[in-house]
Design a protein around this ligand. Structure first.
Ligand SMILES: Cc1cc2nc3c(=O)[nH]c(=O)nc-3n(C[C@H](O)[C@H](O)[C@H](O)COP(=O)(O)OP(=O)(O)OC[C@H]3O[C@@H](n4cnc5c(N)ncnc54)[C@H](O)[C@@H]3O)c2cc1C
Length: 463
Protein backbone atom coordinates (compact mmCIF):
# COMPACT_ATOMS: atom_id res chain seq x y z
CA UNK A 1 0.00 0.00 0.00
CA UNK A 2 1.12 3.55 -0.75
CA UNK A 3 3.02 4.76 2.33
CA UNK A 4 1.53 8.30 2.25
CA UNK A 5 -1.92 6.73 2.21
CA UNK A 6 -0.96 4.49 5.14
CA UNK A 7 0.14 7.53 7.10
CA UNK A 8 -3.09 9.33 6.40
CA UNK A 9 -5.12 6.28 7.42
CA UNK A 10 -3.20 5.87 10.65
CA UNK A 11 -3.65 9.54 11.41
CA UNK A 12 -7.40 9.00 11.15
CA UNK A 13 -7.71 11.45 8.30
CA UNK A 14 -9.70 9.30 5.87
CA UNK A 15 -13.23 10.57 5.33
CA UNK A 16 -16.00 8.23 6.40
CA UNK A 17 -18.36 7.87 3.47
CA UNK A 18 -21.09 6.07 5.34
CA UNK A 19 -24.49 7.67 5.75
CA UNK A 20 -25.28 9.42 9.03
CA UNK A 21 -28.28 7.54 10.41
CA UNK A 22 -31.36 9.74 10.60
CA UNK A 23 -29.63 12.96 9.53
CA UNK A 24 -32.24 13.61 6.90
CA UNK A 25 -35.29 12.87 8.99
CA UNK A 26 -35.41 15.71 11.53
CA UNK A 27 -38.71 17.35 12.44
CA UNK A 28 -39.52 20.69 10.82
CA UNK A 29 -41.33 23.46 12.72
CA UNK A 30 -44.96 24.39 12.29
CA UNK A 31 -44.57 27.19 9.73
CA UNK A 32 -48.14 28.44 10.10
CA UNK A 33 -47.86 29.82 13.65
CA UNK A 34 -46.39 33.23 14.51
CA UNK A 35 -45.62 35.05 17.73
CA UNK A 36 -45.66 38.84 18.28
CA UNK A 37 -42.72 39.84 20.46
CA UNK A 38 -43.59 42.21 23.31
CA UNK A 39 -40.55 42.22 25.55
CA UNK A 40 -37.71 41.73 23.10
CA UNK A 41 -35.48 44.81 22.94
CA UNK A 42 -34.24 46.02 19.55
CA UNK A 43 -31.44 48.65 19.58
CA UNK A 44 -31.42 51.30 16.85
CA UNK A 45 -28.43 52.48 14.79
CA UNK A 46 -29.43 55.23 12.39
CA UNK A 47 -26.15 56.76 11.24
CA UNK A 48 -25.85 55.20 7.75
CA UNK A 49 -26.38 56.47 4.21
CA UNK A 50 -26.07 53.10 2.50
CA UNK A 51 -26.33 49.61 3.98
CA UNK A 52 -25.25 46.58 1.97
CA UNK A 53 -26.46 43.18 3.13
CA UNK A 54 -24.16 40.32 2.10
CA UNK A 55 -20.39 40.50 1.66
CA UNK A 56 -20.02 38.26 -1.40
CA UNK A 57 -18.36 39.54 -4.60
CA UNK A 58 -21.29 41.86 -5.41
CA UNK A 59 -21.68 43.11 -1.83
CA UNK A 60 -17.99 43.99 -1.61
CA UNK A 61 -17.94 46.01 -4.83
CA UNK A 62 -21.28 47.62 -3.92
CA UNK A 63 -19.96 48.75 -0.55
CA UNK A 64 -16.61 49.94 -1.94
CA UNK A 65 -18.20 52.00 -4.71
CA UNK A 66 -20.89 53.50 -2.42
CA UNK A 67 -18.19 54.61 0.03
CA UNK A 68 -15.96 55.87 -2.78
CA UNK A 69 -18.87 58.05 -4.00
CA UNK A 70 -19.07 59.58 -0.53
CA UNK A 71 -21.73 57.50 1.25
CA UNK A 72 -21.35 56.50 4.89
CA UNK A 73 -21.55 52.77 4.22
CA UNK A 74 -22.13 49.71 6.37
CA UNK A 75 -21.56 46.17 5.05
CA UNK A 76 -23.35 43.46 7.02
CA UNK A 77 -22.24 39.85 6.55
CA UNK A 78 -23.51 36.67 8.20
CA UNK A 79 -20.12 34.91 8.05
CA UNK A 80 -16.78 36.05 9.48
CA UNK A 81 -15.23 36.71 6.07
CA UNK A 82 -15.84 38.54 2.81
CA UNK A 83 -16.07 36.94 -0.62
CA UNK A 84 -19.20 34.79 -0.34
CA UNK A 85 -19.12 31.78 -2.62
CA UNK A 86 -15.59 32.63 -3.84
CA UNK A 87 -14.14 32.25 -0.32
CA UNK A 88 -16.52 30.72 2.26
CA UNK A 89 -18.08 28.70 -0.59
CA UNK A 90 -14.64 27.48 -1.83
CA UNK A 91 -15.51 28.06 -5.51
CA UNK A 92 -12.12 27.17 -6.97
CA UNK A 93 -11.73 29.51 -9.97
CA UNK A 94 -12.82 32.80 -11.51
CA UNK A 95 -15.06 32.40 -14.53
CA UNK A 96 -13.47 33.99 -17.63
CA UNK A 97 -12.75 37.71 -17.43
CA UNK A 98 -12.39 38.03 -21.20
CA UNK A 99 -14.74 37.74 -24.16
CA UNK A 100 -12.05 35.70 -25.89
CA UNK A 101 -10.28 38.80 -27.17
CA UNK A 102 -10.08 41.31 -24.33
CA UNK A 103 -10.96 41.74 -20.67
CA UNK A 104 -14.54 43.02 -20.38
CA UNK A 105 -15.25 42.99 -16.61
CA UNK A 106 -13.31 46.07 -15.61
CA UNK A 107 -13.41 48.73 -12.89
CA UNK A 108 -13.34 47.20 -9.41
CA UNK A 109 -13.86 43.70 -10.86
CA UNK A 110 -10.58 43.84 -12.74
CA UNK A 111 -8.72 45.31 -9.73
CA UNK A 112 -9.92 42.52 -7.40
CA UNK A 113 -9.22 39.84 -10.00
CA UNK A 114 -5.70 41.09 -10.71
CA UNK A 115 -4.90 41.49 -7.00
CA UNK A 116 -6.12 37.94 -6.31
CA UNK A 117 -3.50 36.48 -8.66
CA UNK A 118 -0.74 37.07 -6.12
CA UNK A 119 -2.36 34.28 -4.08
CA UNK A 120 -1.83 31.75 -6.87
CA UNK A 121 1.76 32.35 -8.04
CA UNK A 122 1.71 29.14 -10.09
CA UNK A 123 -0.86 30.74 -12.44
CA UNK A 124 0.47 32.81 -15.40
CA UNK A 125 0.26 36.55 -14.62
CA UNK A 126 -1.51 37.39 -17.91
CA UNK A 127 -4.09 34.58 -17.68
CA UNK A 128 -7.66 35.94 -17.97
CA UNK A 129 -9.81 32.83 -18.00
CA UNK A 130 -10.43 30.30 -15.24
CA UNK A 131 -7.73 31.70 -12.96
CA UNK A 132 -7.57 29.62 -9.78
CA UNK A 133 -8.53 31.11 -6.43
CA UNK A 134 -6.64 30.95 -3.15
CA UNK A 135 -9.64 31.60 -0.89
CA UNK A 136 -7.60 32.69 2.15
CA UNK A 137 -5.68 35.19 0.04
CA UNK A 138 -8.76 36.48 -1.77
CA UNK A 139 -10.57 37.25 1.47
CA UNK A 140 -7.66 39.43 2.58
CA UNK A 141 -7.90 41.35 -0.71
CA UNK A 142 -11.57 42.03 -0.03
CA UNK A 143 -10.77 43.00 3.59
CA UNK A 144 -8.16 45.51 2.47
CA UNK A 145 -10.12 47.07 -0.37
CA UNK A 146 -13.31 47.39 1.64
CA UNK A 147 -11.58 48.91 4.68
CA UNK A 148 -9.43 51.26 2.55
CA UNK A 149 -12.54 52.66 0.88
CA UNK A 150 -13.95 53.64 4.28
CA UNK A 151 -16.67 50.97 4.57
CA UNK A 152 -17.53 49.73 8.07
CA UNK A 153 -17.88 45.94 8.16
CA UNK A 154 -20.06 44.00 10.59
CA UNK A 155 -19.37 40.26 10.62
CA UNK A 156 -21.32 37.45 12.25
CA UNK A 157 -24.46 39.50 11.77
CA UNK A 158 -27.44 38.13 9.88
CA UNK A 159 -30.31 40.22 8.61
CA UNK A 160 -33.39 38.61 10.12
CA UNK A 161 -36.19 41.07 9.27
CA UNK A 162 -37.01 44.19 7.28
CA UNK A 163 -38.97 47.17 8.65
CA UNK A 164 -40.87 49.36 6.18
CA UNK A 165 -41.71 53.05 6.67
CA UNK A 166 -44.25 52.86 3.85
CA UNK A 167 -45.34 50.26 1.30
CA UNK A 168 -42.40 51.01 -0.99
CA UNK A 169 -39.69 52.26 1.40
CA UNK A 170 -37.42 50.25 3.67
CA UNK A 171 -36.80 51.98 6.99
CA UNK A 172 -34.45 49.49 8.67
CA UNK A 173 -33.04 46.00 8.56
CA UNK A 174 -33.16 44.04 11.79
CA UNK A 175 -29.93 42.17 12.35
CA UNK A 176 -29.24 39.37 14.85
CA UNK A 177 -25.76 38.95 16.31
CA UNK A 178 -23.98 38.49 19.65
CA UNK A 179 -25.26 41.91 20.75
CA UNK A 180 -28.86 40.76 20.30
CA UNK A 181 -31.14 42.49 17.81
CA UNK A 182 -30.33 45.85 16.17
CA UNK A 183 -32.38 47.84 13.66
CA UNK A 184 -29.94 49.46 11.23
CA UNK A 185 -31.42 52.39 9.34
CA UNK A 186 -30.16 53.85 6.05
CA UNK A 187 -31.30 56.01 3.18
CA UNK A 188 -30.68 53.30 0.56
CA UNK A 189 -30.24 49.53 1.00
CA UNK A 190 -28.46 47.12 -1.34
CA UNK A 191 -29.50 43.48 -1.39
CA UNK A 192 -26.37 41.43 -2.11
CA UNK A 193 -27.51 38.35 -0.20
CA UNK A 194 -27.49 36.10 -3.27
CA UNK A 195 -30.94 34.89 -2.23
CA UNK A 196 -32.61 38.31 -2.49
CA UNK A 197 -33.65 38.12 1.18
CA UNK A 198 -33.92 41.88 1.71
CA UNK A 199 -35.94 42.70 -1.41
CA UNK A 200 -38.22 39.66 -1.01
CA UNK A 201 -38.92 40.42 2.66
CA UNK A 202 -39.64 44.04 1.71
CA UNK A 203 -42.35 42.73 -0.62
CA UNK A 204 -40.67 42.68 -4.05
CA UNK A 205 -41.94 40.06 -6.46
CA UNK A 206 -39.49 37.39 -7.53
CA UNK A 207 -39.10 34.17 -9.49
CA UNK A 208 -37.26 31.08 -8.32
CA UNK A 209 -35.99 28.40 -10.70
CA UNK A 210 -37.88 27.33 -13.82
CA UNK A 211 -41.64 27.42 -14.49
CA UNK A 212 -42.03 24.54 -12.01
CA UNK A 213 -39.88 26.26 -9.38
CA UNK A 214 -37.07 23.73 -9.85
CA UNK A 215 -33.67 25.35 -9.24
CA UNK A 216 -30.23 24.44 -10.58
CA UNK A 217 -28.37 21.89 -8.49
CA UNK A 218 -26.18 23.00 -5.60
CA UNK A 219 -22.67 21.70 -4.84
CA UNK A 220 -20.67 21.79 -1.63
CA UNK A 221 -17.12 22.58 -2.77
CA UNK A 222 -14.17 21.02 -0.96
CA UNK A 223 -10.38 20.68 -0.99
CA UNK A 224 -7.94 17.78 -0.72
CA UNK A 225 -4.44 18.28 0.65
CA UNK A 226 -1.37 16.09 0.18
CA UNK A 227 -2.21 15.40 -3.47
CA UNK A 228 0.74 14.33 -5.60
CA UNK A 229 0.97 17.45 -7.76
CA UNK A 230 3.12 15.85 -10.47
CA UNK A 231 0.73 12.97 -11.04
CA UNK A 232 -2.26 15.32 -10.80
CA UNK A 233 -0.87 17.59 -13.53
CA UNK A 234 0.48 14.87 -15.80
CA UNK A 235 -2.14 12.18 -15.14
CA UNK A 236 -5.53 11.94 -16.88
CA UNK A 237 -7.57 15.16 -17.15
CA UNK A 238 -10.19 14.63 -14.46
CA UNK A 239 -12.83 17.12 -15.68
CA UNK A 240 -16.33 15.90 -16.63
CA UNK A 241 -15.70 16.90 -20.27
CA UNK A 242 -13.02 14.17 -20.62
CA UNK A 243 -14.91 11.02 -21.61
CA UNK A 244 -12.01 8.95 -20.26
CA UNK A 245 -11.89 10.72 -16.92
CA UNK A 246 -11.72 8.19 -14.07
CA UNK A 247 -14.68 9.99 -12.53
CA UNK A 248 -16.98 8.42 -15.14
CA UNK A 249 -15.66 4.96 -14.24
CA UNK A 250 -16.20 5.73 -10.55
CA UNK A 251 -19.81 6.75 -11.16
CA UNK A 252 -20.45 3.74 -13.43
CA UNK A 253 -19.06 1.34 -10.80
CA UNK A 254 -21.97 2.11 -8.46
CA UNK A 255 -19.57 1.82 -5.50
CA UNK A 256 -19.93 5.48 -4.55
CA UNK A 257 -23.68 6.10 -4.73
CA UNK A 258 -23.64 9.78 -3.78
CA UNK A 259 -21.24 11.01 -6.47
CA UNK A 260 -22.08 12.03 -10.04
CA UNK A 261 -20.09 13.10 -13.07
CA UNK A 262 -20.12 16.87 -12.31
CA UNK A 263 -16.41 17.10 -11.56
CA UNK A 264 -14.20 20.11 -11.83
CA UNK A 265 -10.84 20.45 -10.08
CA UNK A 266 -8.17 23.14 -9.74
CA UNK A 267 -4.70 23.17 -8.26
CA UNK A 268 -5.06 25.98 -5.75
CA UNK A 269 -1.67 25.65 -4.08
CA UNK A 270 1.18 23.13 -3.78
CA UNK A 271 -0.40 19.67 -3.29
CA UNK A 272 -3.83 21.21 -2.68
CA UNK A 273 -6.64 20.51 -5.14
CA UNK A 274 -10.02 22.18 -4.80
CA UNK A 275 -13.18 20.59 -6.13
CA UNK A 276 -16.41 21.95 -7.52
CA UNK A 277 -17.98 18.51 -7.80
CA UNK A 278 -21.21 16.66 -7.17
CA UNK A 279 -24.78 17.85 -7.48
CA UNK A 280 -27.37 18.16 -4.72
CA UNK A 281 -30.61 18.44 -6.62
CA UNK A 282 -33.20 21.23 -6.18
CA UNK A 283 -32.20 22.60 -2.76
CA UNK A 284 -34.34 25.56 -1.60
CA UNK A 285 -31.63 27.77 -0.13
CA UNK A 286 -34.25 29.94 1.58
CA UNK A 287 -35.30 26.94 3.69
CA UNK A 288 -32.79 26.51 6.56
CA UNK A 289 -33.89 22.91 7.09
CA UNK A 290 -33.14 22.05 3.47
CA UNK A 291 -29.79 23.90 3.74
CA UNK A 292 -28.83 21.97 6.87
CA UNK A 293 -29.54 18.65 5.23
CA UNK A 294 -27.69 19.67 2.06
CA UNK A 295 -24.54 20.64 4.03
CA UNK A 296 -24.37 17.18 5.59
CA UNK A 297 -25.06 15.49 2.27
CA UNK A 298 -22.32 17.60 0.68
CA UNK A 299 -19.78 16.42 3.24
CA UNK A 300 -20.78 12.82 2.58
CA UNK A 301 -20.34 13.41 -1.15
CA UNK A 302 -16.84 14.86 -0.58
CA UNK A 303 -15.95 11.70 1.36
CA UNK A 304 -17.12 9.47 -1.45
CA UNK A 305 -15.14 11.43 -4.06
CA UNK A 306 -12.06 11.02 -1.87
CA UNK A 307 -12.63 7.28 -1.64
CA UNK A 308 -13.23 7.02 -5.39
CA UNK A 309 -10.10 9.01 -6.29
CA UNK A 310 -7.98 7.03 -3.86
CA UNK A 311 -9.23 3.78 -5.38
CA UNK A 312 -8.92 4.84 -9.01
CA UNK A 313 -5.96 7.26 -8.93
CA UNK A 314 -3.84 5.99 -6.01
CA UNK A 315 -0.61 7.58 -7.23
CA UNK A 316 -2.23 11.00 -7.25
CA UNK A 317 -4.68 10.83 -4.37
CA UNK A 318 -3.50 7.83 -2.29
CA UNK A 319 -2.12 10.05 0.47
CA UNK A 320 -4.61 12.85 0.21
CA UNK A 321 -7.28 13.84 2.71
CA UNK A 322 -10.08 16.37 2.92
CA UNK A 323 -8.57 19.50 4.38
CA UNK A 324 -11.70 21.64 4.05
CA UNK A 325 -15.31 21.53 2.99
CA UNK A 326 -17.00 24.87 2.33
CA UNK A 327 -18.76 26.73 5.13
CA UNK A 328 -21.40 27.98 2.68
CA UNK A 329 -23.41 25.59 0.53
CA UNK A 330 -22.68 26.26 -3.15
CA UNK A 331 -26.09 27.61 -4.11
CA UNK A 332 -26.28 28.36 -7.82
CA UNK A 333 -29.90 29.35 -8.09
CA UNK A 334 -32.30 31.15 -5.79
CA UNK A 335 -34.67 34.15 -5.90
CA UNK A 336 -34.41 36.47 -8.90
CA UNK A 337 -35.95 39.77 -7.81
CA UNK A 338 -38.20 41.33 -10.45
CA UNK A 339 -36.74 44.64 -11.60
CA UNK A 340 -37.88 47.41 -13.91
CA UNK A 341 -36.40 45.24 -16.68
CA UNK A 342 -35.98 41.47 -16.80
CA UNK A 343 -33.01 40.37 -18.89
CA UNK A 344 -34.07 37.35 -20.99
CA UNK A 345 -32.41 34.54 -22.87
CA UNK A 346 -33.60 36.24 -26.11
CA UNK A 347 -31.64 39.35 -25.10
CA UNK A 348 -28.65 37.08 -24.47
CA UNK A 349 -29.02 35.37 -27.87
CA UNK A 350 -29.28 38.79 -29.62
CA UNK A 351 -26.15 40.07 -27.83
CA UNK A 352 -28.33 43.06 -26.95
CA UNK A 353 -26.95 46.46 -25.97
CA UNK A 354 -28.95 48.90 -23.83
CA UNK A 355 -29.01 52.66 -23.34
CA UNK A 356 -28.74 52.11 -19.60
CA UNK A 357 -26.15 49.32 -19.61
CA UNK A 358 -23.64 49.44 -16.78
CA UNK A 359 -21.38 46.58 -17.88
CA UNK A 360 -20.99 43.71 -20.36
CA UNK A 361 -21.16 39.95 -19.93
CA UNK A 362 -19.98 37.13 -22.17
CA UNK A 363 -20.20 34.05 -19.94
CA UNK A 364 -21.99 31.08 -21.48
CA UNK A 365 -25.42 29.83 -20.43
CA UNK A 366 -24.32 27.42 -17.75
CA UNK A 367 -27.33 25.70 -16.22
CA UNK A 368 -26.67 22.83 -13.82
CA UNK A 369 -29.64 20.63 -14.58
CA UNK A 370 -29.69 17.15 -16.10
CA UNK A 371 -29.59 17.24 -19.90
CA UNK A 372 -29.04 21.01 -20.24
CA UNK A 373 -26.72 21.96 -23.11
CA UNK A 374 -24.44 24.98 -22.75
CA UNK A 375 -24.85 27.84 -25.27
CA UNK A 376 -21.77 29.96 -25.94
CA UNK A 377 -20.81 33.20 -27.70
CA UNK A 378 -18.08 33.47 -30.30
CA UNK A 379 -14.88 35.44 -29.69
CA UNK A 380 -15.39 39.14 -29.00
CA UNK A 381 -19.14 38.79 -28.38
CA UNK A 382 -20.97 40.03 -25.30
CA UNK A 383 -24.24 41.64 -24.18
CA UNK A 384 -25.05 44.69 -22.06
CA UNK A 385 -26.34 44.50 -18.48
CA UNK A 386 -29.14 47.08 -18.02
CA UNK A 387 -29.22 49.18 -14.86
CA UNK A 388 -32.99 48.48 -14.67
CA UNK A 389 -32.23 44.83 -13.72
CA UNK A 390 -30.90 46.20 -10.42
CA UNK A 391 -33.97 48.26 -9.44
CA UNK A 392 -36.73 46.12 -7.87
CA UNK A 393 -40.23 47.04 -8.99
CA UNK A 394 -42.29 48.64 -6.22
CA UNK A 395 -39.37 49.45 -3.88
CA UNK A 396 -38.05 52.99 -3.84
CA UNK A 397 -34.82 52.79 -1.86
CA UNK A 398 -33.59 49.25 -2.59
CA UNK A 399 -31.12 48.00 -5.21
CA UNK A 400 -30.11 44.43 -5.97
CA UNK A 401 -26.63 43.26 -6.94
CA UNK A 402 -25.08 39.90 -7.84
CA UNK A 403 -27.03 36.78 -8.51
CA UNK A 404 -30.42 38.06 -7.31
CA UNK A 405 -30.83 40.68 -10.09
CA UNK A 406 -33.73 40.52 -12.55
CA UNK A 407 -33.24 37.87 -15.25
CA UNK A 408 -35.13 34.90 -16.57
CA UNK A 409 -33.98 31.43 -15.54
CA UNK A 410 -31.93 30.70 -18.69
CA UNK A 411 -30.15 34.06 -18.84
CA UNK A 412 -29.50 33.71 -15.12
CA UNK A 413 -27.28 30.71 -16.02
CA UNK A 414 -24.92 33.24 -17.60
CA UNK A 415 -25.19 36.27 -15.28
CA UNK A 416 -24.92 34.38 -11.96
CA UNK A 417 -21.11 33.96 -11.95
CA UNK A 418 -18.59 36.13 -10.13
CA UNK A 419 -17.27 38.53 -12.83
CA UNK A 420 -20.73 39.96 -13.71
CA UNK A 421 -21.67 39.94 -9.99
CA UNK A 422 -18.67 42.18 -9.27
CA UNK A 423 -19.81 44.51 -12.06
CA UNK A 424 -23.45 44.80 -10.92
CA UNK A 425 -22.21 45.39 -7.37
CA UNK A 426 -20.06 48.34 -8.40
CA UNK A 427 -22.95 49.91 -10.33
CA UNK A 428 -25.43 49.37 -7.47
CA UNK A 429 -23.10 50.96 -4.91
CA UNK A 430 -22.56 54.01 -7.06
CA UNK A 431 -26.26 54.31 -7.91
CA UNK A 432 -27.19 54.17 -4.22
CA UNK A 433 -25.19 57.31 -3.44
CA UNK A 434 -26.46 59.02 -6.62
CA UNK A 435 -30.05 58.32 -5.46
CA UNK A 436 -29.28 60.00 -2.14
CA UNK A 437 -27.79 63.04 -3.88
CA UNK A 438 -30.15 63.33 -6.83
CA UNK A 439 -33.59 61.86 -6.26
CA UNK A 440 -34.59 61.70 -2.60
CA UNK A 441 -33.27 58.12 -2.31
CA UNK A 442 -35.38 56.91 -5.27
CA UNK A 443 -33.15 54.49 -7.17
CA UNK A 444 -35.52 54.49 -10.18
CA UNK A 445 -35.05 58.21 -10.81
CA UNK A 446 -31.30 58.71 -10.89
CA UNK A 447 -29.49 60.21 -13.86
CA UNK A 448 -28.39 57.02 -15.60
CA UNK A 449 -26.11 58.77 -18.06
CA UNK A 450 -24.27 60.33 -15.10
CA UNK A 451 -23.99 56.86 -13.50
CA UNK A 452 -22.51 55.52 -16.74
CA UNK A 453 -20.09 58.47 -16.93
CA UNK A 454 -18.88 57.80 -13.37
CA UNK A 455 -18.55 54.07 -14.03
CA UNK A 456 -16.49 54.78 -17.16
CA UNK A 457 -14.26 57.14 -15.18
CA UNK A 458 -13.63 54.27 -12.76
CA UNK A 459 -12.63 52.07 -15.70
CA UNK A 460 -15.81 50.04 -16.33
CA UNK A 461 -16.40 48.77 -19.86
CA UNK A 462 -19.72 48.94 -21.78
CA UNK A 463 -21.06 50.29 -25.07
C1 LIG B 1 -20.90 25.38 -6.70
C2 LIG B 1 -20.69 26.68 -7.40
C3 LIG B 1 -19.64 26.81 -8.28
C4 LIG B 1 -19.41 28.03 -8.90
N1 LIG B 1 -18.34 28.15 -9.72
C5 LIG B 1 -17.98 29.38 -10.15
C6 LIG B 1 -16.75 29.57 -10.81
O1 LIG B 1 -16.00 28.62 -11.07
N2 LIG B 1 -16.39 30.84 -11.14
C7 LIG B 1 -17.21 31.92 -10.91
O2 LIG B 1 -16.83 33.04 -11.24
N3 LIG B 1 -18.41 31.75 -10.32
C8 LIG B 1 -18.80 30.51 -9.92
N4 LIG B 1 -19.98 30.34 -9.26
C9 LIG B 1 -20.94 31.47 -9.12
C10 LIG B 1 -20.59 32.45 -8.04
O3 LIG B 1 -19.70 31.96 -7.08
C11 LIG B 1 -21.80 33.04 -7.31
O4 LIG B 1 -22.94 33.06 -8.09
C12 LIG B 1 -21.41 34.45 -6.86
O5 LIG B 1 -20.46 34.33 -5.81
C13 LIG B 1 -22.61 35.24 -6.41
O6 LIG B 1 -22.17 36.43 -5.82
P1 LIG B 1 -23.13 37.25 -4.87
O7 LIG B 1 -22.35 38.40 -4.38
O8 LIG B 1 -24.41 37.51 -5.57
O9 LIG B 1 -23.52 36.24 -3.69
P2 LIG B 1 -22.72 35.21 -2.79
O10 LIG B 1 -21.36 34.93 -3.30
O11 LIG B 1 -23.66 34.07 -2.64
O12 LIG B 1 -22.57 35.97 -1.41
C14 LIG B 1 -23.70 36.30 -0.62
C15 LIG B 1 -23.20 36.71 0.75
O13 LIG B 1 -24.30 37.21 1.50
C16 LIG B 1 -24.28 36.67 2.81
N5 LIG B 1 -25.68 36.64 3.26
C17 LIG B 1 -26.70 35.97 2.70
N6 LIG B 1 -27.84 36.21 3.37
C18 LIG B 1 -27.52 37.05 4.37
C19 LIG B 1 -28.29 37.65 5.41
N7 LIG B 1 -29.60 37.42 5.53
N8 LIG B 1 -27.66 38.47 6.30
C20 LIG B 1 -26.32 38.70 6.19
N9 LIG B 1 -25.55 38.14 5.21
C21 LIG B 1 -26.15 37.34 4.32
C22 LIG B 1 -23.67 35.29 2.63
O14 LIG B 1 -23.10 34.82 3.85
C23 LIG B 1 -22.62 35.55 1.55
O15 LIG B 1 -21.37 35.91 2.07
C24 LIG B 1 -20.27 29.13 -8.65
C25 LIG B 1 -21.34 28.99 -7.77
C26 LIG B 1 -21.55 27.79 -7.15
C27 LIG B 1 -22.68 27.67 -6.19
Amino acid sequence: MNSRRDFVKKAGLMAAATAIPGFATGMTPDKGRTLSLKKTKVSVDDQWDVIVIGGGPSGCTAAISAAREGAKTLLIEAMGQLGGMGTAGLVPAWCPFSDGEKIIYRGLAEKIFEASKAGVPHEPKDKLNWVHINAEYLMTIYDKMVVQSGVKVLFFSRMAAVEMSSKDTVDAVVVANKAGLTAFKAKVFIDATGDGDLAAWAGASFKRGDENGVVQSSSLCFAFANVDTYNYLYGPYLHTSNKNSPVHAAVASGKYPLIDSHFNTNLNGPDVVQFNAGHIVNVDSTDPWALSEAMMTGRQIAGQYLQAMQDLQPKTFGGSYIIKTASLLGVRDSRRIEGDYTFTVDDWMQRKSFDDEIGRNSYYIDVHKAGHKATRYGKGESHGIPYRCLTPKGLENVLTAGRCISTDEEAFGSLRVMPPCLVTGEAAGMAAQHAIKQSGNDVHKIDIQYLRKRLREEGQYFL
